[in-house]
Write a protein that binds this ligand. Structure first.
Ligand code: GLV
Length: 338
C-alpha cells in the first residue's frame, strides 16, 4: 500500500491498539463515552477505508452505502450481530471479530453471576446497606447449593466450554445443547448432550452462550421458561434478545423460576423503568463480561490487527465473510499486502 488509509475508531481504546493503527493509518477516534449517533457515524465512515467498531454501533446497509471507500469493518467483540454481514458481503467489505481472547474472562463473569444469583450476593449487599441486618438468622437469605447441582449450557462453544470447566470444580453435572455435538467436550468435560427441552427440565442452572441470529432470537420464551424447575436460575451473558424479557419478568415475578442473572438485556442499556429492576431475584450487570483490564486491551489489540490485516487483503480466521476474499482482492489489487 502506498497511501495511508483513513480509519475511524468509534471509541477510545485501552492498551496499544490506537498506536498500532497510527503506525500505518490516518486514525480518527470518536472521543465520547457514548457511541457516535448514526449521522455522525455515516459522516465519519464516508471518507474511511476501515472502521473499528463496537457492539453498540449499527453497521447496516444505509451506513455501508454512505461509505464507498470502505473495505473493512473490524468489530471489537466476539459477537457481530450489530453488523449486517450480508450487506457487507454484497459490498465486498471484510468483517472481522475478536474471538478467543475473551473466553476465560467472560466465563469468569458468567460463573460469578451464577453464584451471585444462587447465593443472593447482590441482594445480600443491598440488604446490609439498607440497614436490615439485625442478626444471624437460620432462615435469612437461603438459596440453592451450587456445588453438585446440574448446569445446562446452551451453546457449547469456547465460552460455554470454559463455563463448564469452572462448573467441574463445583462438582456439577453438565448438560449441553449445541448446533453440532462435541464428542471431545463430552469426554473432557463429562458433558451430556440433550435437546433444549430436556436441558431446561433437568437443570438447576441454565447458562446461555448462543450467538444471536434470526434463528436464536427469543430462544428462551414463555414456553421454555415454563419447562424450567421452580428453583432454577437462568444466566445470560450472551445477548439480551436471546431471552424474551417480558416472559422472564413474569417467570421471576410469579416464582415459576427462582432467579436470573443477566449481563445482557434488551435493550441495552436497560430502560430505567424496566420492571425487572423492581425484582430482588434478578442480578443485572452492564454488559461487562469481558471487562478485565487485560482482556479489553487484548480485544482492542486484536481488533486493530484484524483491521490492518483486512485493509491489506489478508483474510484471517477472524473474518466472518471470508468467501469474498477472491473478489475483494480482484477489486482492489493496489491494496494487497507485500
Ligand atoms: C461481547 O458481548 C462480545 O460479543 O464480545
Amino acid at each position: 500500500m502506498t497511501d495511508r488509509p483513513r480509519v475511524f475508531v468509534t471509541r477510545n481504546l485501552p492498551g496499544s491498539a490506537l498506536d498500532l493503527l497510527r503506525q500505518t493509518c490516518e486514525v480518527a477516534v470518536w472521543p465520547d463515552e457514548l457511541p457516535p449517533p448514526p449521522g455522525e457515524l455515516r459522516r465519519e465512515a464516508a471518507p474511511s477505508s476501515g472502521l473499528l467498531t463496537l457492539l453498540t454501533d449499527r453497521i447496516d446497509d444505509a451506513l455501508l452505502s454512505a461509505a464507498p471507500n470502505l473495505v473493512a469493518v473490524s468489530n471489537m467483540a466476539t459477537g457481530y450481530d450489530n453488523v449486517d454481514v450480508d450487506a457487507a458481503t454484497r459490498r465486498l467489505v471484510l468483517v472481522s471479530r475478536t474471538p478467543g481472547v475473551l473466553t476465560e474472562t467472560t466465563a469468569d463473569l458468567a460463573f460469578g453471576l451464577l453464584l451471585a444469583a444462587a447465593r443472593r450476593i447482590a441482594e445480600g449487599d443491598r440488604y446490609v446497606r439498607a440497614g436490615h441486618w439485625r442478626t444471624w438468622g437460620p432462615e435469612i437469605m437461603l438459596g440453592p447449593d451450587v456445588h453438585g447441582a446440574t448446569l445446562g449450557i446452551i451453546g457449547l462453544g469456547r465460552i460455554g466450554a470454559a463455563v463448564a470447566r469452572r462448573a467441574a470444580g463445583f462438582a456439577m453435572r453438565i448438560l449441553y445443547t449445541s448446533r453440532t455435538r462435541k464428542p471431545d467436550a463430552e469426554k473432557d468435560l463429562d458433558a451430556t448432550h440433550t435437546d433444549l427441552d430436556t436441558l431446561l427440565r433437568e437443570s438447576d442452572f441454565v447458562s446461555v452462550h448462543a450467538a444471536l441470529t434470526d434463528d436464536t432470537r427469543g430462544l428462551i420464551g414463555a414456553r421454555q421458561l415454563g419447562l424450567m424447575k421452580p428453583g432454577a436460575v437462568l444466566v445470560n451473558t450472551a445477548r439480551g434478545p436471546l431471552v424474551d424479557q417480558d416472559a422472564l419478568y413474569e417467570a421471576l415475578r410469579s416464582g415459576s423460576i427462582a432467579g436470573a442473572a443477566l449481563d445482557v438485556t434488551d435493550p441495552e442499556p436497560l430502560r430505567a423503568d424496566s420492571p425487572l429492576l423492581a425484582l430482588d431475584n434478578v442480578v443485572i450487570t452492564p454488559h461487562i463480561a469481558s471487562a478485565s483490564v487485560a482482556t479489553r486491551s487484548e480485544m482492542a489489540r486484536l481488533a486493530a490487527e484484524n483491521l490492518l490485516a483486512s485493509l491489506a487483503g489478508d483474510v484471517n480466521d477472524n473474518v466472518v465473510n471470508p468467501e469474498i476474499a477472491a473478489d475483494w482482492r480482484a477489486a482492489r489489487p493496489g491494496r494487497l499486502a507485500g
